[in-house]
Design a protein around this ligand. Sequence first.
Ligand code: GCV
Length: 673
Amino acid sequence: MIKVTEYDCWFQKYGSAEDTKDIAAFLEHVICEEKGIIIENAAKELRFTLSFCFGIVQKSRNAGEKQILLGTIGYLNASYGFSLPKPKKEGFVIRSTDSKIIIGGADEPGVLYGVYTFVRLLALKRFVFGADVADAPVSQVRMINHWDNLDGSVERGYAGRSLFFNDNRIEFDSNRIRDYARLLSSVGINRISINNVNVRGMAKELITEKFLPKIAELADIFRPFGIRLMLSVNFGAPQPEIGTADPLDERVLAWWKDRADSIYRYIPDLAGFLVKADSEYETGPFRYGRNHAEGAHILAKALAPHNGEVIWRCFVYNCVQDWRDTTIDRARAAFDNFKPLDGQFDDNVILQIKHGPYDFQVREPVSPLFGALEKTRYVMELQITQEYTGQQIDLCFLPWMWGDVMRFDTGYGTNADNGAIRSLLACGRIEGLAAVGNTGLAANWTGHTLAQANLFGYGRLAWNPALSPGEIADEWSRLTFPDNGGQSIAGNITKILLNSYPTYQKYNAPFGVCFMVECGHHYGPNVEGYEFSKWGTYHRADNKAIGIDRTPAGTGYTEQYAPKNAAIFANPETCPEELLLFFHRTPYDYVMKNGKTLLQNIYDTHFEGYDEVRIMLDTWRGLQELLDGAVFESVKERMERQLENARQWRDVINTYFLRRTGIGDEKGRKIYR
Ligand code: GCV
């Protein structure tokens, strides 16, 4: 029976020190003589995890006896006469000699990441004594965005209430925050914004003396883990006090400077501000007739003396569209708003662009802004919380879809690989990733225990976007469900994870059409839920065809891509079929590559999606004898709800199209009328 403590996530008990006996003598003696907040914590973390995960007790030893030695490479080389190579920023080297296992970091965070990597390798039984391990993160920005409100609710949160706020106060359990910081840091996260990008009501006061002392306490907990705080701010914040927030008004600049000065007195290493402006009713520079470069500039100026950065979101679109108006295409909005401003942003402004042009749908193309911005710093925004992907009731292993995003060739390289998103990350044109977090006060952090894999996977991908979904799923499953008694179930769980995204996609909105969800809360199907709304999210299905023509003959959205992709997407024959309805208004009798009509493919995928959830549930039930009861039950209960959700999607979608077309399933399966 495998015993798993859900709270401990990917730090479980991996058996006794017996399992590590060939190097046990080293593990019993962790030495770190260098001073520093992060490095001292790295030593503490190593001692803690060795004890917690492997039962190793530290023993006092004489110098020269076997030990693990930690330090920055500069310090180690100078103090011990080593000649360790210096890795990239935040990177590390692990080297073993007869008397030492040395974990050397390029800098203090590098030592910490070296420690967590070492522990992970031990847990995975992949540490090879004598073989050097060297690694460094591909990008410098590896951020989590919390959408937590001051009242303790979490926008699009499916894992209980906020870790940071309650009842219009900052309220947290320090031990729990420390455990959270460990989880994040162990997968390389180095920034966290703690409050919702919709900064409303009292949350506007977070940047005042009323709240700053408490925010400073949070920063103090995250700091030793190499994680810097960010705060979401409301662009209109100066308005009530000085009657304007116009970014070209000197009084507004003075107001922001004053705020920034006082914030940095409390949190000297704040990474900066995250801003949602002119978006979904949040105020922004448009209100004052200014553009977004002018808007970002005023905050950038206020933060610059403190080395702070402005992360400015590109999720700017018309959210009061008239559905009758077919000339507006929401998908175009980010590019139309931001590409013309390329090169006009301050050096300490980073744009944050959602990975797709819409809004974290189950399948959308990669936003055409990636690669197209040449003179502006930017990061990609992903969503770990499963707003449209099953809300941590349905299992949906997101690194599968993110892997597709990472491999997408933007067409801005000289060959497919150096134009790929992961290559733009590797060369620094995209400066990193941000993602909306999926954690809360739920006992297992994420509601669905298997949704922990999405948090883990995000961190691993932000560290190295070339990792495959298979590698990530395998690592996570083996770390979380360790083989304690020779009864490995990790392999089964890896398979379940890897099937879960394709399955979810099958029973959801078909072929990239997007937005067929229930309005407001976004769980479950409602085919025309957003059809006559103001949000710009239409599929315009009639009795003959469905989808938006985004080719030059239609909204022209395809033209926002590099020429190579513009041509691929504009032609239904070359357009990836999973995005067919995103780019093309397609008749139901259109014959797809498998020789079947679009309609029949919609039916097939929806029947298959449901059947696959049933198989997944059966597979899970088959693990009952091997798995700890609590984890088994909690996941089973979610999978049963998922089965019902998949049934609802299957039947609502199939019935809708049967009613539209009058054409039934060619295989004669039951579709309700
Ligand atoms: C925080 C979508 C979500 C909103 C979210 C918004 C955003 O519209 O439904 O809840 O608001 O994205 O990313 O700002």
